[in-house]
Design a protein around this ligand. Structure first.
Ligand SMILES: C[S@@+](CC[C@H](N)C(=O)[O-])C[C@H]1O[C@@H](n2cnc3c(N)ncnc32)[C@H](O)[C@@H]1O
Length: 359
């Protein structure tokens, strides 16, 4: 079997499948989907292994919204002897194009997958040693490839590789973030993950500096605001709901009990963040108007997904934003992703570059 293996949030296999199918046909390569509802992954089967490798090179992982992680499939084994899985795995890795620098033992993000994580942990050290001894893994890590093994059961696994530059840095695309005890809501992890995923270390340093300013629309009780104030950023928190006392006590937050759709900032801010639960197209229009009006430099916001036609709706929202920004002559970077901490939603990051027109 040849193709691409893509991890996604369980329940979002149709969106992940539609997206990879669309992107591959845009890249001129055809294939078909193998997917099961709620399995947490999708397989895009290509005609040849070369086509799978080519697709991995042609597509940019950062442009995929619903795939949390991906790899090129070298083999699928459903007959791994439980007393010697390592030989079967090594055998499947003969077609690895070059020695890898990283090894990820993974499972789909399901209850069945969680039960296999003990096996992954137990197997990791002996497998690592066998891979180093056979020259397929270099230590210390200095190569551009990562070996991925996704266990589906105790004796079945997909085996493959991905370019470390063109895949998620975290195994299964899941960052292991610890909930910060002082934060007022678990939503805080969504913004923390967004800042980690969309920005490099350098960008975080440059774009999240002490003394900067932000507006948080739909801020109550303050999980997103907390991420900003902990970086010493001043926040106008817009929400009719209450803000947590711990956040207000920082002295960096001004709470405005007004409608986020009517609120206008008196001064341009560095960041706009928005977690308002509303129709996604209304949020898209609001975000576009902030950027077109030059009220903020960067924005991170959630698009809450409808029950049906989720991928078409995301595309409609992103197309609307892109059209408005292009019409206004704004140069921008836009990225969207269903983050691990997102539920029925995707997170979008937009940063304004320089004006191309009227300057
Ligand atoms: C998911 S919660 C936000 C959680 C917040 N990001 C956090 O981390 O604590 C959504 C919030 O949006 C607020 N909201 C809904 N419609 C709004 C509107 N039109 N203007 C401002 N806030 C709104 C709600 O009151 C609610 O507090």
């Amino acid at each position: 079997m040849s193709g691409l293996f893509l991890y996604c949030r369980p329940g979002f296999e149709p969106e992940c499948a539609a997206e990879i199918q669309e992107k591959s046909s845009q890249a001129g390569l055809v294939g078909y989907i193998k997917a099961k509802a709620d399995s947490g992954y999708v397989v895009f089967v290509t005609t040849t292994p070369e086509e799978a490798a080519q697709l991995h090179q042609l597509l940019s992982f950062s442009e995929l919204i619903f795939a949390r992680q991906w790899f090129v499939i070298l083999a699928m084994r459903n007959d791994l002897p439980v007393d010697d899985r390592i030989s079967g795995l090594l055998d499947a890795m003969q077609a690895l194009p070059e020695p890898a620098g990283l090894l990820y033992l993974e499972t789909p993000d399901t209850n069945a997958g969680k039960e296999l994580s003990v096996l992954c942990r137990r197997l990791e050290q002996p497998l690592r040693k066998a891979l180093v001894d056979s020259g397929r893994l270099t230590e210390p890590a200095d190569a551009g490839l990562c070996i991925h093994i996704c266990f589906l059961s105790t004796h079945a696994a997909y085996i493959g590789y991905a370019s470390s530059q063109n895949s998620a840095v975290w195994p299964m695309g899941i960052p292991r973030l610890k909930f910060p005890g002082q934060a007022p809501s678990r939503s805080t992890l969504k913004l923390e993950e967004a800042l980690l995923y969309f920005l490099s270390d350098r960008q975080r340093e440059k774009m999240l500096q002490s003394g900067m300013t932000a507006v948080d629309l739909g801020a109550s009780p303050g999980g997103w605001t907390w991420q900003l104030v902990r970086r010493n950023i001043r926040v106008i928190a817009v929400d009719n709901g209450a803000m947590a006392e711990s956040v207000m006590a920082t002295g960096l937050v001004e709470h405005r009990r007004v409608d986020g759709f009517k609120f206008r900032p008196e001064h341009k801010v560095d960041w706009l963040v928005c977690d308002v639960v509303e129709q996604p197209i209304r949020i898209a229009e609001l975000m576009a108007s902030w950027l077109v009006s030059d009220w903020c430099n960067h924005a991170i916001f959630n698009l809450k997904l409808p029950m049906k036609k989720r991928y078409p709706e995301v595309k409609r929202c992103l197309a609307l934003i892109e059209q408005k920004l292009s019409e206004a002559g704004i140069d921008y970077i836009l990225r969207a992703r269903q983050l691990y901490h997102d539920r029925e939603e995707v997170t979008v990051f937009i940063t304004r570059q320089v004006y191309q027109r009227n300057r």
